[in-house]
Design a protein around this ligand. Structure first.
Ligand SMILES: Cc1cc2nc3c(=O)[nH]c(=O)nc-3n(C[C@H](O)[C@H](O)[C@H](O)COP(=O)(O)OP(=O)(O)OC[C@H]3O[C@@H](n4cnc5c(N)ncnc54)[C@H](O)[C@@H]3O)c2cc1C
Length: 400
């Protein structure tokens, strides 16, 4: 049985970044995935992901996003692929706003982070100021907004493909379409067993299995991770397509006002390519606990019509009811949208990365680098993973 220094299980956002960074440090590394990444079965698909740097989920995430921006640019240069467009992120809030990502101070944290990390930003203190610059948003009395100017959007499939390309170029071995069934740590190393009966050995294993992660950790840890179904919608542009170009439309998050049928924020993107394909704009599903092997991937016309009536029409009147495309995806959530990145308490040889609570993509390049540094050099140089350790989890858990 061939023995590697490290095996990375799962090659989506976190795994492809970890694999690439390990390989580039001269570590002998095997990456293995149950599908053939980039693919549409996990959490890293659907054309675009918002990347923000003044982070509402907590200022401690800003270092990760800022470092990732440097890394995305470096990966673009190394592969010739476009991964990142910088066009800002506008966050709108107002009276009785829904809570974003389970974080009460989400909006306030954005300006705190921008000031702390010298991130360029603009504020819009009245609905009139927002509407003057961004007439596509039907804002209400009391609404105000902040624009993170360093933000923009990433192309997730291209990011994963580019990191895998760099990993292979640096000598990593990739095994695709091969589910890992068991990870067995022992005193002298870790063995993994695959569904087709292969066994591989390594000194260490990094588990980056996304929504499948709960299967690989102890039960008392897995119970903190909730996998939910999320649906992406692309709606037609009915009027004023010019309002949805990169120049006129930053990516946006809108903490819309709470109502009986409105329970979550909406977010969206500018036109990505052909305007006749519509724009991706959707809301965050707050229920729908699921399992990655049985998640309902059928999106009915009724479901899209309900999303349009409730979350799109009242706020983005230039978009029409015709839903041109949908995709189903999964969040792996922890209370207050925390990340959990640490060694398995049962073995120092096993490190798990994620859950990343529905906002991990933008941070994945820096997380992969930091994990690789920890493993290869024993310390990180650009970001601190300490705030995301298991020992910090207890302080974020909601009662019950
Ligand atoms: C709808 C949606 C919108 C989002 N929007 C944003 C956003 O705008 N900005 C942002 O920053 N983040 C966003 N996120 C979150 C972000 O996309 C995720 O945090 C991130 O992609 C998760 O990466 P991952 O590597 O943990 O999981 P994945 O990318 O899903 O990778 C896990 C991999 O593990 C593999 N795997 C699983 N089990 C096994 C096994 N047994 N053996 C081998 N391989 C296995 C899977 O096949 C998969 O390839 C969004 C997520 C969703 C679902």
């Amino acid at each position: 049985m061939k023995k590697y220094d490290v095996i990375v299980v799962g090659l989506g956002a976190m795994g492809s970044a970890s694999l690439s960074q390990l390989a580039q440090r001269g570590v002998s590394v095997l990456g293995i995935d149950r599908f053939s990444p980039p693919h549409g079965h996990g959490s890293s698909h659907g054309d675009t992901r918002i990347t923000r740097t003044a982070i509402g989920e907590g200022v401690e995430y800003s270092e990760l996003a800022l470092r990732s921006h440097t890394l995305w640019r470096a990966i673009e240069a190394a592969t010739g692929k476009q991964l990142f467009r910088r066009n800002g992120c506008l966050t709108i809030t107002g009276a009785d706003a829904v809570v974003m990502h389970d974080v009460d101070d989400f909006f306030a944290n954005i300006s705190t982070a921008a000031k702390r990390y010298n991130i360029p930003y603009q504020t819009f203190d009245t609905p009139e100021a927002i509407a003057k610059r961004y007439p596509q948003f039907a804002v209400r009395s009391g609404d105000h907004a902040i624009l993170d100017e360093e933000a923009g959007y990433l192309f997730p499939e291209a990011c994963v493909a580019a990191q895998l390309q760099l990993a292979e170029r640096a000598g990593a071995t990739l095994v695709r379409d091969t589910p890992v069934m068991a990870i067995d740590p022992a005193a002298d190393g870790v063995e993994i067993a695959t569904a087709d009966g292969q066994r591989f050995a390594a000194d260490r294993v990094v588990i980056a299995a996304g929504a499948w992660l709960p299967r690989f950790v102890a039960q008392d840890l897995a119970r903190h991770f909730t996998v939910t179904r999320q649906v992406l919608h692309w709606f037609e542009i009915k009027s004023h397509p010019e309002r949805f170009t990169d120049a006129n439309c930053p990516v946006f998050i809108w903490q819309v006002p709470k109502q009986a049928d409105i329970r979550s924020s909406i977010y969206g993107f500018p036109i990505n390519g052909d305007p006749s394909l519509g724009v991706k704009v959707t809301h965050e599903e707050d229920g729908g606990v699921t399992d990655p092997d049985s998640v309902n991937r059928t999106v009915t016309a009724d479901e899209s019509a309900r999303v349009y009536r409730t979350y799109i029409e009242p706020f983005l009147p230039d978009l029409g009811p015709r839903c041109l495309r949908t995709e189903t995806c999964m969040y792996t959530r922890v209370d207050r949208s925390r990340f959990v990145i640490d060694n398995d308490p049962r073995s120092e040889r096993v490190t798990f990365v994620s859950a990343c609570s529905g906002h991990g993509f933008k941070h994945s390049a820096a997380i992969g680098e930091a994990l690789a540094q920890q493993i290869a050099d024993g310390r990180t140089t650009h970001v601190d993973l300490e705030p995301f350790r298991l020992s910090r989890l207890a302080s974020y858990l909601r009662a019950g």
